[in-house]
Design a binder for this molecule. Structure first.
Ligand SMILES: CC(C)(COP(=O)(O)OP(=O)(O)OC[C@H]1O[C@@H](n2cnc3c(N)ncnc32)[C@H](O)[C@@H]1OP(=O)(O)O)[C@@H](O)C(=O)NCCC(=O)NCCS
Length: 163
């Protein structure tokens, strides 16, 4: 499998929207409840690339997954900490794409002096937990019932990876 990993552009917003929207509509993996439009995603790409990183995985010319890093929190002392988010299209899952994206993202974050990466995972999500632990994230703790979506409360587990 020849997966290309490259920086996202606004031209990827449509493919990213197609990957992300079904998870927003049908699951509590994302805590958004309305899928963002393609324009909104393009705006998010521009905004995140100003300060952090957004990578896409391309297979056979098609974007099949993405990972991005964004500010963990806004106050100045948090500036060396980032949150990471990863989504892979269902057809491309379990083929090493998430792992390949993180293998590219984490060293690039380190080059930018990011010290700690955090992943917040709505539980249960054994695939995401396993992916993050496979690239060196370790568990921090759980925010109990911090989100309400699809008629019930959801816990979020936090994992961290020192760079
Ligand atoms: C979670 C997700 C990002 C994993 O990405 P992926 O490309 O499928 O993961 P990879 O193929 O790179 O897997 C790397 C390792 O993670 C683990 N893993 C990944 N998916 C797994 C699953 N469903 N069950 C158990 N382990 C899993 C395995 O250890 C795997 O290595 P292996 O295949 O050699 O055993 C992907 O399933 C996904 O996009 N899910 C829906 C959205 C989501 O949950 N995003 C995360 C939000 S926190």
């Amino acid at each position: 499998m020849a997966i290309e990993i490259r920086s996202a552009t606004t031209g990827d917003a449509g493919a990213i929207q197609r990957i992300y929207a079904p998870f927003v509509l049908a699951t509590a993996i994302s805590f958004e409840d309305q899928p963002p439009s393609i324009d909104e995603i393009a705006g998010r790409i521009v905004s995140i690339l100003k300060t952090h990183l957004w990578l896409v995985a391309v297979d056979g010319g098609e974007v099949c997954g993405y990972v991005y890093a964004s500010a963990h929190r806004e106050r100045a002392a948090y500036r060396y900490s980032a949150d990471t988010t990863v989504y892979i299209s269902p057809e491309a899952q379990r083929r090493g794409v998430g792992h390949a994206l993180y293998a590219e993202l984490l060293p690039r974050l380190k080059q930018r002096n990011i010290h700690m990466a955090f992943a917040g995972i709505a539980l249960p999500n054994p695939g995401s937990v396993a992916l993050h632990e496979s690239v060196g994230f370790t568990p921090v703790g759980i925010y109990s019932e911090v989100g309400f979506k699809l008629g019930r409360w959801h816990d979020v587990g936090w994992w961290q990876r020192m760079l």
